[in-house]
Design a protein around this ligand. Structure first.
Ligand SMILES: [Mg+2]
Length: 186
């Protein structure tokens, strides 16, 4: 029996303002984006699961302390709790090695989350600000992919580049509307 679908979100540039060329190193510099909270609310109203799958190479490089990463994710859930919602899972990959099966664009994190929670990958969606996120979704076999060219800083290096995504949005503010119209009921 196939489970319910999930919207898998990238973290930096989608859930929170992108860190630019570096990493978000401390929870004090983790700024949740309003449109992300709105998007999660729509996903939940449709009966879908919502999760984050995030590459965090800064952890293995030693620039993002694990305690700070955990504090960021607590603050993210606390922010969503103000809206009466929560993420079903927050997965991250600290590996620096591109061959790691969990490091995006490899699909390991998505497949692992789906197996753990019983989610149906074939009906799921992937949303990210980089083409690598789109590749991740396609490698995992999700139904639809979304690339958002607005990363919160306006410096997204993938902005305007060709995309294999089913939907390309220039503004994160448009994501809740897209999900409201295009995401089927679970
Ligand atoms: Mg990103």
């Amino acid at each position: 029996m196939a489970g319910r679908p999930c919207v898998f979100f990238d973290r930096d540039g989608i859930a929170n303002v992108a860190p630019g060329a570096g990493y978000v190193e401390t929870a004090r510099r983790f700024w949740v984006r309003r449109a992300f909270a709105e998007a999660v609310k729509v996903v939940k109203q449709k009966g879908w699961a919502a999760a984050i799958a995030s590459n965090q190479r800064g952890v293995s490089k030693g620039v993002t302390p694990l305690a700070e990463l955990e504090a960021m994710h607590r603050s993210l859930q606390a922010r969503l709790a103000e809206e009466g919602i929560s993420l079903d899972a927050i997965a991250w990959c600290g590996a620096a090695d591109g061959a790691d099966p969990r490091r995006k664009p490899n699909p390991g994190m998505i497949l692992e989350l789906a197996a753990e929670h019983g989610w149906d990958v074939s009906r799921s969606w992937m949303v990210g600000d980089r083409e690598r996120d789109v590749e991740t979704g396609r490698n995992a076999g999700v139904a639809k992919t979304v690339r958002v060219d607005d990363d919160g800083l306006g410096h997204n290096p993938d902005r305007g580049r060709p995309s294999e995504a089913d939907f390309v949005l220039s503004r994160l503010a448009d994501l809740p509307t897209l999900l409201r119209h295009a995401l089927p009921d679970a």
